[in-house]
Design a protein around this ligand. Structure first.
Ligand SMILES: NC(=O)C1=CN([C@@H]2O[C@H](COP(=O)(O)OP(=O)(O)OC[C@H]3O[C@@H](n4cnc5c(N)ncnc54)[C@H](O)[C@@H]3O)[C@@H](O)[C@H]2O)C=CC1
Ligand SMILES: O=C(CO)COP(=O)(O)O
Length: 332
């Protein structure tokens, strides 16, 4: 039986740990706060992030990362993108030498413009074949409630990908393998930015035609960037691209969409942060890093640019809409 450490006990870390436990994997979670670890181990709940969900009694948690990592052949990294490097620095010496490192984070690192798998290899020294990514339409609360969904596990080492697939396949969670790590990571990071744009549009009262237009043109941006970075465009037509875009851009459960909606409705960045209940809306920081990554590859990403201008340069949402619609016309 596989032994997994899930490092991060936020909404997705907790929901994915439940999936692993339901699949029969031996799981120990690491939570930053001892009270979160205690609630998971003793009460089988995580009221801080997934109120009302009962967790499997077999799921254990600790606030000591060394205990979680001891003997783990699967290490699941479930902290926000911008904190991954710092957290990994503290965890690296306790990670088992041949373990597989699975990233759940959907973002691009600020400053370095690195994908999470690159950060993981750089900090831990792990060969890229040991690093995998999980991405797809996986809103944490729906997965925790056992609602059926699929996902993609990307790893260049197909044996590791299949091992991970076995460790998390359940009657409600269906993982597909894919060798395209870059495509999965680009899809996951970009869809959060596009979900912010969809939320902004709904916040100023725009309807489904606008939403569908943003999703579709957002996909075009994502594919352009992915191809420039070496991704297979078919990955972005799959669960980690279109699938996650549709789920995140349409659901009120999405923190990114909710954040954007508050900005569109006239709220400040601070009130939008409160609306997401302190949970991470990755697109707010990643819009700037995705924009810079695109610029460094001469890729045009006008929606991402507009989201950056609203979030970080004080542009109003109506002005951002005007900017986008004022662009020169061109073939699809
Ligand atoms: N929530 C969801 O539905 C999904 C989230 N994701 C991705 O998973 C990653 C983790 O997201 P969530 O678990 O949802 O986030 P969250 O905001 O619910 O929880 C973050 C967790 O990381 C911990 N943490 C450790 N160091 C931290 C630091 N320096 N700053 C902030 N938090 C720190 C927090 O204590 C908390 O347990 C993100 O990249 C997100 O985009 C992916 C799929 C679904
Ligand atoms: O990644 C997600 C669904 O796949 C969760 O999206 P949010 O971070 O916007 O809630």
């Amino acid at each position: 039986m596989s032994k997994a450490a899930v490092l991060g006990a936020g909404s997705w870390g907790t929901a994915f740990a439940k999936v692993l436990a339901d699949a029969g994997t031996d799981v120990t979670m690491w939570a930053r706060r001892p009270e979160v670890a205690e609630a998971i181990s003793v009460d089988h709940q995580n009221p801080f992030y997934l109120e009302g969900i009962t967790l499997p009694p077999s799921l254990k948690a600790t606030s000591d990362h060394r205990l979680a990592l001891e003997g783990a052949d699967i290490v699941v990294l479930a902290v926000p993108s911008q904190s991954l490097r710092e957290n990994l620095g503290a965890w690296t010496s306790s990670i088992e030498p041949d373990s597989t490192l699975l990233s759940l984070a959907k973002g691009i690192e600020s400053g370095t413009l690195m994908r999470m798998s690159q950060v993981i290899s750089q900090v831990t020294g792990a060969d890229p074949s040991r690093v995998a990514v999980l991405s797809g339409p996986n809103l944490a609360r729906e997965i925790a409630a056992g609602q059926p969904a699929a996902t993609v596990i990307a790893c260049t080492d197909s044996v590791r990908a299949v091992d991970l697939q076995k460790a998390c396949a359940t009657g409600y969670f269906r993982p597909y393998t894919n060798p395209d790590v870059i495509g999965c990571e680009v899809g996951g990071a970009c869809k959060n930015v596009i979900a912010l744009a969809c939320g902004m549009a709904s916040g100023i009262g725009l309807g489904e035609n606008t939403n569908a237009t943003i999703i579709t043109r957002g996909l075009a941006e994502m594919i352009r960037l992915g191809v420039a970075l070496g991704a297979n465009p078919a990955t972005l037509a799959g669960l980690a691209g279109v699938g996650d875009l549709v789920a995140t851009c349409s659901s009120p459960l999405s923190r990114n969409r909710t954040f954007g909606h508050h900005l569109g409705a006239g709220g400040s960045m601070e009130s939008a942060q409160q609306a997401t209940k302190g949970q991470v809306a990755e697109g707010v920081k990643s819009c700037t890093s995705v924009r810079a990554l695109a610029a460094s590859h001469d890729v045009e990403m006008p929606l991402t640019e507009a989201v950056h201008l609203v979030c970080h340069e004080g542009m109003s949402v109506p002005d951002a809409v005007g900017l986008l619609l004022g662009r020169r016309t061109k073939p699809e």
